[in-house]
Design a protein around this ligand. Structure first.
Ligand code: F0G
Length: 377
């Protein structure tokens, strides 16, 4: 008898049955997103990033809490911005837009440029001159965006692009565009799923323009209210001391920090971020540049995880809370590592030990490493 279709021959393993290929955050979480059948999905297959357990980090920090790192630097352009950009750019194309525009400290620019290229749209990105990490600037340029460097801060750039998009047919893709935060909330969904349909007890996150903390809180609430997760986290956000308008309760005119991604003095989602912290029973605090660089180096050296300086603000915040006795025993912790360390090679080179320069001789290398030469024979 001939073997019928669908009848597996003995000894053959089932292939590709259990895990369908990943198709990006829009297809994965369509029912939670403002997209319809007719929305053209512009995706680089963002999302589905690792949630990495960090036991050595916990040990180094002197706590025995379960700590997890949400590695958003593993998105296609190297930051969490891609989750929001896939939705914002898809909706822009659906609406017939020909061009997108944003202000950026770098990552939004890189992501907007890449998704615009993917969609065949023009992109204009406005960045603060001399304050954008090398990798991000390179990304925006190579993807073909029109890159404008202004002599001012991110806040100045944001003011300008808001006016420009009001006067000209260009879609604003900063987080003022609500589709951005809709996409970004999917990171919270992934975390709940990875933790067994529950939220962590505490979520640590860097705060700059304050969109991401707002998006995560929205995601956690939505998943909880529809029964897909059984708990809610307390949100703990961290600004850099030199750029901490929310903590200080007033606009910072000339923000300064080594964490250039969060060098922002007047965040667009200020009120929403305060609400996320308050409603969840968390808070927004600040960490110094020294604390940020210490956490940045510790993360790289203890876990093999290279986040950019702004990303390390979450880990610096965790270290601060351990030090101040503000970390409840046993509480499950997630830190978002928002962007990849390779985006900012200059800061990495300054923070790390310099390589040794040696002659290309075995003996010289052995001597340098403190190894005794073999006597041969
Ligand atoms: N971490 C990184 C790596 C970022 O690029 C940003 C923001 C943040 C944290 C803070 O997130 O603004 O939602 O509070 N970068 C924006 C940009 C401002 O232009 O790329 P937020």
């Amino acid at each position: 008898m001939a073997e019928g279709a669908g009848v597996r021959r003995a000894g053959m393993a089932p292939s590709h049955e259990a895990t369908p290929p990943w198709r990006g955050v829009i297809e994965r979480y369509r029912e939670f997103l403002p997209v319809g059948e007719e929305t053209p999905v512009i995706t680089l297959l963002e999302g589905n990033t690792p949630l990495l357990p960090a036991r050595r980090l916990a040990e180094k920090l002197g706590c025995d809490n379960p700590i997890w790192l949400k590695l958003e630097g593993l998105n296609p352009t190297g930051s969490f911005k891609d989750r929001g950009m896939t939705v914002a750019v898809s909706k822009a194309v659906e609406a017939g837009s020909q061009a997108v525009i944003c202000a950026s400290t770098g990552n939004t620019a890189a992501s907007a440029a890449a998704y615009a290229a993917r969609a065949g749209l023009e992109a204009v990105v406005v960045i603060p001159k001399g304050k954008t990490a090398l990798g991000k600037l390179t990304q925006a340029m190579i993807h073909g965006a029109r890159v404008l460097q202004v002599e001012g801060s991110f806040d100045d750039a944001l003011r300008i692009v808001k006016d420009l998009s009001a006067r000209h047919p260009m879609t604003l893709v900063n987080s003022l565009n609500p589709f951005r935060l809709e996409g970004q909330k999917t990171a919270a969904f992934e975390i709940c799923e990875a933790l067994g349909d529950q939220a962590p007890d505490l979520h640590f996150i860097p705060v700059g323009n304050a969109g991401n903390i707002t998006a995560y809180w929205k995601g956690y609430r939505e998943f909880h209210s529809c029964g897909r997760s059984t708990s809610l986290p307390k949100m703990r956000g961290f600004q850099a001391e030199g750029a901490a308008p929310i903590v200080r309760g007033k606009v910072v005119e000339e923000p300064e920090t080594v964490a250039s991604a969060i060098r922002i003095g007047n965040p667009a989602s200020w009120q929403e971020a305060v609400m996320a912290a308050e409603e969840s029973g968390g808070f927004i605090d600040m960490v110094s540049d020294e604390e940020i660089i210490a956490a940045y180096s510790l993360l790289a050296a203890s876990e093999g995880t290279f986040g950019e300086p702004a990303s390390a603000a979450s880990v610096a915040g965790l270290a601060k809370d351990v030090r101040l006795g503000r970390l409840p025993k046993g509480a499950t912790v997630v830190c978002t590592i928002t962007g990849h360390g390779l985006k900012d090679p200059d800061t990495g080179l300054r923070a790390a030990a310099k390589p040794a320069s040696l002659p290309a001789h075995l003996e010289a290398i052995e001597q340098h490493l403190g190894l005794r030469g073999s006597s041969g024979g």
